[in-house]
Design a protein around this ligand. Structure first.
Ligand code: NAD
Length: 428
């Protein structure tokens, strides 16, 4: 593989992983961010986000000289062969993707990109964004390419270096093939296609996962009402290769930095072409209903009224293995509990600092102190290894609501507590 001169704009979960991994593949990578303090930290090898293997890759890149961090995209792109846009595309007013950061960077660098340099969107962007970027740049010598990213937080490096597939779309086939060749050392299926299809693959995949989760949460609710056990039902479903085992776990609702905004954006994309995406809308509504059912379950565990109830919360991150709180279902449930007058004490192994409406502690046993109920909201393995008999001694109440079906119900019963999961028989 020939080493290429790459610029990555945005050094968040996607940009930093992309930059560090491309440097590890031999490319020369300049990572750009508007956040000066972050650039200074990264230049000194300090990585803020919790991603296994990322700090090591950044350190190796810095030492080898193949990875640098700078502020100022205009200067950075001067001799680039490819520029990856990895800036945020959050949910905007009205539910569509907010493309202001993508447009700001395009505006900033459009006229100084060297001739032939590929402008590549790795940010998740609505169908038609490649065309919009091409119009904004207004240069026939700059190919615009869509190369959506599928990494998962918590396993970003492993996912980037072992992708299930690489999708590259452009109306300039040669440019798409060149972007695909940047990854040629990775054994992966590669889909080279048109820009619109590549842009849609990302939404189609993420929204499918959201629908799958809402579906399994609905089946879990049916399990509770019908006296079945979701772990058995999903085991039976998961052996079917057409269905697979992943994304079959019920929980407090799906969240994180991608699924809520991407489902909302796809509904809006569909609306823009007069298609009412009822299935996806139902999945979104079901997700809110799931959060409310979890709140009702916790209310039931404290005798019906949350006002004044002391609730111990285990887990705040949107999933285990990350410190990302963006659109975390744990926070969504917590904020409803707070609004209904509950007093929350919370612990998460990867999250500290202040969070409005609750006391965040750095010792898991403190959440149990005088708690009327303890609620597991993120599936951290370490919660299984807590001394639950000590937890039981600390608590005033007698119930653990396990919204991740993480704990062994019998172990909880053995210490004299009652266990309530999602879609499973209550154990008392
Ligand atoms: P992030 O918020 O972690 O990082 C974005 C970075 O971009 C920040 O460091 C920010 O300072 C920087 N930035 C913002 N505006 C900038 C500008 N004008 N110039 C330079 N830098 C700028 O975001 P993320 O989670 O990495 O997501 C980035 C994109 O990738 C989004 O479109 C997201 O949907 C998509 N994506 C995210 C994931 C994920 O798991 N986080 C996975 C796949 C795709």
């Amino acid at each position: 593989m020939t080493a290429a001169r790459i610029v990555v704009v945005g050094t968040g979960y996607v940009g930093l992983t992309t930059g560090a991994c491309l440097a590890s593949l031999g490319h020369r990578v300049t990572c750009v961010d508007v956040d000066q303090a972050k650039v200074a930290r990264l230049s000194a090898g300090r990585v803020d986000i919790l991603e296994p293997g990322l700090s090591e890759l950044v350190a190796r890149g810095l030492t080898s000289g193949r990875l640098t961090f700078v502020v100022g995209a205009r200067e950075a792109v001067q001799d680039a062969e490819g520029v990856f846009l990895c800036v945020p595309t959050p949910m905007g007013a009205g539910g569509s993707a907010d493309l202001r950061a993508v447009e700001a960077v395009t505006e900033e660098i459009g006229d100084v990109l060297p001739s032939g340099c590929a402008l590549i969107t790795k940010s998740t962007v609505p169908v038609g964004t490649s065309r919009r970027i091409r119009e904004m740049v207004g240069r026939s010598d700059i190919p615009v390419v869509s190369n959506p990213e599928f990494l998962r937080e918590g396993t970003a490096v492993v996912d980037f270096l072992n992708p299930d597939r690489i999708v590259v779309g452009s109306d300039d086939r040669e440019a798409a093939t060149w972007v695909g060749s940047l990854y040629e050392d990775l054994a992966s299926a590669t889909v080279i296609c048109d820009a619109a299809s590549a842009e849609l693959v990302k939404y189609a995949a993420n929204c499918f996962l959201a629908v799958k989760l809402s579906y399994v949460n609905s089946i879990a609710e049916l399990c509770e009402r019908l006296g079945a056990d979701i772990t058995v039902v999903t085991e039976g479903m998961g052996y079917d290769r057409r269905i697979g085992r992943s994304f079959l776990k019920p929980g407090p609702g799906w969240g994180g930095s991608c699924l809520p905004k991407d489902t909302s954006a796809l509904v809006k994309i569909a609306e823009s072409v007069q298609y009412d995406f009822g299935l996806l809308n139902s999945a979104i509504e079901e997700n809110i209903a799931q959060r409310d059912r979890v709140v009702a379950k916790i209310a039931g565990a404290v005798g019906g009224t949350l006002n004044g109830a002391r609730i111990g919360v285990l887990g705040l991150a949107f999933k285990a293995g990350t410190n990302d709180l963006r659109d975390s279902p744990a926070l969504a449930v917590s904020s409803v509990l707070c609004a209904l007058g509950a007093e929350l004490t919370a612990y998460d192994p990867a999250v500290g600092g202040e969070i409005a409406g609750m006391t965040v502690v750095d010792d898991p046993y403190q959440v149990a102190k005088a708690a009327d109920v303890v609620v597991v909201l993120t599936e951290w393995d370490e919660f299984k290894r807590l001394d639950w008999s000590y937890m039981a001694e600390q608590m005033d109440g007698d119930t653990v609501v396990d919204t991740r079906n993480l704990l062994d119900p019998q172990a909880i019963l053995d210490v004299g507590l009652c266990w309530q999961g999602i879609g499973r028989p209550r154990v008392r």
